[in-house]
Design a protein around this ligand. Structure first.
Ligand code: 3H9
Length: 648
């Protein structure tokens, strides 16, 4: 039974029990429909508490049903019935009330949320809009500009904020069911949310300013604009008409390419490390993490671990470097505190769980050590030789290398089976992706522990085999190569960047390289010059810029030229340098359309993706999509390069 009814005196307790997240499936809708019948027909019931079992309130409509024809009773009709009930329904919310779950709660007559609950309408993140009255009920509970932000960005809010803006009536600090029962016993006659007036905006012009911002940020994604349209309908039309229009827009979006692509990514992200080899393999307990290296990456990794409740010991080569690493970690936590992401108590607790040292001995009791030293095989091998001497034999050792052969790092150590790659992306405490690099001979328990760490840190783990650049950087190298070929063949950096930004990437490649500093990759190219295949086409434009001292934004010039405010502008000097280089190579420059630029880059990524699959570096094509979306901002609503290849 996914929905059951219990009685406590004159209050009916309707419980949804549909693990894992109580999604409103067809069965749940049927169960709730019957619950309305039963409670309305029972003269001894005076009020209803709607609550959920397990870890959460309803987290939305059942996404797995979206590929199928809708079945009655439809959610909007069910919610109208609940709202029209003659007995008050009290929604008791814990965990997350998302999408159709929040819509269900808004159709109830009163809402109480557990202090830790989160509430949101994340439909846009699935290429949808709320389809069961969310765009019509929400602006009747909260100011229309706040409703706009919630619906068009999908970002959930906490219980206290929800109470502050009118989305819930009270916040429960004790037992949720008991508190909801008290409300059910004292609440008056049910007042339908739809019968309320629309709420005014928080300040004159706030709604239209919000619309402008949302449309500017959509970067080619449809759903936010459709969400704005639905909300405008709620303002312009009576509730019944607005509901009908919302439903029509929802059904159109449900069948859109964008929604299909976003569903693909949603499920792909949740299945990356579903691996046969990990069946029945328990991770080792992880509580104490060691980090070798206190630079930007090491500090980010340490902060990510601290913010997830782990203890961290950082080791640097001397006390000055240890102090600098300590300061970097503190700066990240201070920033989290300033942004309100960390309470003062949590900040103090995290700082107390952190130590920086200049001695490897400090890592003696670590469960897992992550090396984030300079990207050089010799340096890394030396670090692991040191670690071998001090860590416990069962401790897991990881290298945060982004290119190097993890097998070669492991080879000469005492227990090679416990050494893996954990490739974080900068900033490590923010970026979601974690490439788990598994060399030949890696113990399953070490792999399971790497996966467990990723989950503890709230990251998406993707398994990669060993190769130069693993999955993410290998595909990005293919993108960069193709973009550089086009520079020589006739395009200019700003044209390529604009085409890719219009396609949906947050930042074009050349702008990104300018930001990172051209000298870093130049140094690496110089190191690799001796082993480069002389028959492979090599574009020197980046080298020539560096030779001229143009290292990117930090020097005011790179692919672009920068003004005093740090804004990028097309650089005539770079254009002249590129044109001269084409001439020098005997290449007749030609025009590229934006579409031909994006097509060529996409094809290059897909070709490299295929190679990565053929070589067994990635387990499945979905992993490549997840990697590109989460590491390099491939537009999520396009589903990823391999998804596009398969769907064409
Ligand atoms: C909607 O509601 C439309 C309505 O407006 C209109 C309708 C007419 N359905 O993420 P997790 C599965 S659109 C089906 O790993 P967490 C998930 O696949 C919906 N399945 O856990 C996974 O399965 P498995 C709006 C779902 O604790 C398992 O649950 N709602 C759904 O990290 C655990 O998930 C959303 O967009 C679903 N709705 O995070 C919310 N949700 O174990 C989407 C989850 O087999 N969900 N599953 O891999 C989430 O954001 C997160 O899952 C949540 C839990 C925060 C709830």
């Amino acid at each position: 039974m996914v929905v059951r009814i219990d009685r406590d005196g004159c209050v009916a307790i309707v419980t949804i029990d549909n693990p894992p997240v109580n999604a409103v499936s067809h069965q749940v809708r049927l169960g709730l429909w019957e619950a309305v019948d039963a409670t309305e027909g029972d003269p001894d019931v005076s009020a209803v508490v709607l609550i959920c079992s397990g870890r959460t309130f309803v987290a939305g409509a059942d996404i797995r049903e979206f590929g199928q024809p809708p079945k009655e009773p439809h959610l909007p009709d069910l919610l109208l019935r609940i709202e029209a009930a003659t007995k008050p329904w009290v929604a008791a919310i814990h965990g997350t009330a998302l999408g159709g779950g929040l819509e269900l709660a808004m159709a109830c007559h009163t809402r109480i949320a557990d202090a830790g609950a989160k509430l949101g309408l994340p439909e846009v993140t699935l290429g949808l809009i709320p389809g069961a009255g969310g765009t019509v009920r929400l602006p009747r509970l909260v100011a229309i500009d706040l409703a706009l932000v919630m619906i068009s960005t999908g970002t959930p809010i906490g219980a206290d904020r929800a109470q502050e803006i009118g989305l819930v009536d009270s916040v429960s600090t004790g037992d949720l069911l008991s508190n909801a029962m008290l409300i059910a016993l004292s609440v008056g006659a049910p007042q339908p949310t739809l019968a309320r007036e629309l709420r005014a905006e928080t300040a004159p012009g706030a709604f239209s300013a919000g619309v402008e911002k949302i449309l500017a940020r959509a970067r080619g994604q449809l759903a936010p604009a459709v969400a704005v349209q639905a909300l405008q309908n709620a303002i312009d039309f009576p509730a019944e008409e607005a509901l009908a229009r919302e439903r029509a827009l929802f059904l159109k979006m449900r069948d859109s390419e964008e929604a299909k692509a976003l569903r693909h990514i949603f499920f792909a992200e949740r299945s990356t490390v579903r691996l046969d080899r990990l069946n029945g393999i328990a991770p080792l307990p992880l509580a104490q993490v060691g980090v070798v290296g206190g630079g930007t990456m090491g500090a980010g990794i340490a902060a990510a671990c601290l913010l997830s409740g782990l203890s961290v010991t950082m080791v640097e080569r001397d006390s000055n470097a240890a102090q600098a690493g300590h300061n970097r970690v503190r700066a990240i936590l201070d920033d989290s505190l300033k942004r309100g992401k960390l309470t003062p108590a949590a900040h103090s607790k995290d700082m107390a769980a952190f130590a920086a040292s200049d001695s490897y001995e400090a890592l003696a009791s670590a469960d897992l050590v992550i090396e984030a030293a300079f990207e050089d095989l010799g340096v890394k091998q030396a670090v692991f030789a040191q670690l071998d001497k001090v860590v416990r034999p069962e401790a897991i050792l990881a290298s945060n290398t982004s290119y190097l052969d993890v097998g070669a790092i492991a080879r000469d150590t005492a227990h090679p089976g416990r050494i893996l790659g954990l490739h974080f992306f900068a900033p490590a405490h923010i970026m979601k992706l974690l490439e788990i690099v598994a060399p030949q001979g890696l113990d399953d328990s070490a792999l399971a522990s790497g996966v467990a760490l990723a989950k503890m840190l709230g990251k998406i783990p993707v398994l990669s085999g060993v190769c130069d650049g693993f999955i993410a950087n290998r595909i990005m190298s293919a993108y960069r190569r193709e973009a550089e070929y086009m520079l020589e063949d006739g395009a200019l950096p700003w044209q390529i960047d604009k085409a890719m930004e219009d396609y949906g990437f947050p930042m074009g490649l050349f702008r990104m390289q300018d930001l990172a500093g051209l000298d870093i990759s130049w140094a690496m190219r110089k190191r690799q010059a001796a082993i480069r295949d002389p028959n492979q086409r090599y574009v020197r434009i980046g080298d020539l810029l560096c030779e001229a001292g143009h290292f990117g934004r930090k020097t005011g010039r790179g692919y672009y030229v920068y003004d005093d405010q740090g804004r990028a502008h097309p650089s005539p000097e770079t254009a002249a340098l590129i044109e001269a280089e084409s001439a020098q190579r005997g290449i007749a420059r030609r025009n590229f359309s934006d579409a031909s630029i994006t097509d060529r880059i996409l094809e290059a990524m897909q070709l490299e993706g295929r190679r990565i699959l053929d070589e067994g570096i990635a387990q499945r094509s979905d992993d490549i999509d997840v990697t590109m979306v989460n590491a390099f901002g491939f537009p999520r609503w396009k589903g990823g390069p391999m998804y596009l290849l398969a769907s064409n």
